[in-house]
Write a new protein. Structure first.
Lengths: 250, 250
DNA sequence: GATCTGCCTTGATGCAGATCAATAGAAGAA
DNA sequence: TTCTTCTATTGATCTGCATCAAGGCAGATC
């Protein structure tokens, strides 16, 4: 029984491996996998815990296995802006840099798969496709960041909220049942109103008001404070301000 | 006489080569250089010309040789947000994607060094350090995008303008005279008021008003509409809202 | 010269979202 | 139970920037 098969079986979707997972698994080569296995270890954090503060020494790179983490920047006077949302399989840390550039916080309970930085860098230098895979992932992050720049710079509060809900809804829908776009989508918000505000460049009061407004208008349904139902996804999409047929980049 | 030396001599700073330039030139290997030389060609654009529209087929990747280009996103109703500023040596295009994700526009007269996409991707697959170099560049872009997210989401109009001027001033200062931080810095704005507004998530009127305000307060001096002088860089930095000692990431 | 056009400035006014403030529910602790 | 704490909602008011509008200036064209 090969080590490779072993590992594939134990980590479905290779969720803890930043280099080969999902569609890329086919590229796996046994000996590289063993090397990655040798330098990896897991860390767990509780919801609300800070993984690392901006500027602190960061002697590892990591990928999210389960849970959600956030990247935020803080100004001297306390103004905060979230600049990234890390979902399972997303990568944190930068090869070649030993200090964290952002505050990394566990929003939910979080498990990360860490690689000590030095050996990871050495492995990357000797293993071409690690850099190639990281490049792909980084380009995706860059696209997401730029989409968020449009949101932050030009969208109204209502459009911002709708966009965030749409992103979470679509992600949840694709995870749960790839072919169920017809019916209503229900999910738990993984963010507090304040975290949503930090992500959207708003205040928590405005977030709350716009959530209420979307509820009043029948775009969403709230069950408690966190559980959201989208009766008709297209109706929500109408509110985001995005092109109706956007996102066909090949 | 090696081809390598030839090319280094003719393109100072390797400004037209996205993979090895500046400090990375040391990595150059002659045969790869020849291969890159074989698939590259130049394109020129006049100020104001559109290089490519979002969604259009883009059969090349490229790097800026001289001039400035911008990446912008436009919403259906015409709201525009600039999401990237491409300076000499910056890279455009995405390996593995054949459609442009943004409008690319020449802000000044522009020369780009282009590589047909297919051969470039093949070269990248067979030449590890191309992906590694592109990864570094993309990570830098991602950091810049995230810094801009903080600006768009949380900074005031005055802070936004000051931040933009500071970025341009520091870049110009470092290009012209690396060790002349003491005196005043003078440069020509490469952007119109409207382009500044698109970059900063403001209207052109607000940009104009804030420029006037900074002039009134002695932070900047205007000579004509475009030539800007920063008498005391630290005074401008004070207005950006950034940490006074920011940016020491190693 | 006159006129046009692109770019910029400045003023008057309006409004979206921030700010300040009060209240409420839910979960946990004493 | 009651108190505390955390999170969320909602109202009243304020303000920074957008919007609408009217020139101004410099370079191009005739």
């Amino acid at each position: 029984m090969s080590v490779h098969r072993d590992i594939r079986a134990s980590n479905q979707d290779c969720g803890d491996c930043p280099i080969r997972h999902r569609a890329v698994c086919a590229r796996c080569e046994e000996d590289e996998l063993i090397q990655l296995e040798q330098i990896k270890y897991y860390r767990s954090y509780q919801a609300g815990q800070t993984v690392i503060w901006s500027g602190d020494k960061m002697d590892f790179v990591a990928s999210v296995v389960t849970g959600i983490a956030t990247l935020t920047q803080t100004m001297e006077d306390g103004r905060r802006q979230m600049v990234g949302l890390l979902l399972p399989s997303d990568f944190v840390g930068r090869p070649g840099r030993s200090a964290a550039a952002y505050d990394v916080t566990a929003t939910t309970d979080l498990v990360m798969c860490c690689f000590r930085r030095k050996p990871f860098e050495e492995l990357m230098a000797s293993t071409p496709h690690i850099a190639q895979r990281l490049l792909e992932m980084t380009l995706d992050e860059l696209d997401a960041a730029r989409e968020w720049m449009l949101l932050l710079g030009r969208k109204t509060a209502r459009e911002k909220i709708a966009s965030l809900l749409a992103i979470i809804a679509r992600r949840d829908a694709s995870l749960k049942e790839p072919r169920a776009n017809a019916g209503a989508i229900t999910f738990d918000l993984p963010l507090t109103r304040e975290e949503m505000a930090d992500y959207l460049g708003l205040t928590l009061e405005t977030v709350s008001r716009q959530m209420s407004a979307l509820k009043r208008d029948g775009i969403i349904t709230l069950d408690g404070k966190r559980q959201v139902t989208i009766p008709v996804l297209d109706a929500l999409m109408e509110e985001t301000g995005d092109d109706s047929d956007g996102g066909f980049l090949v």
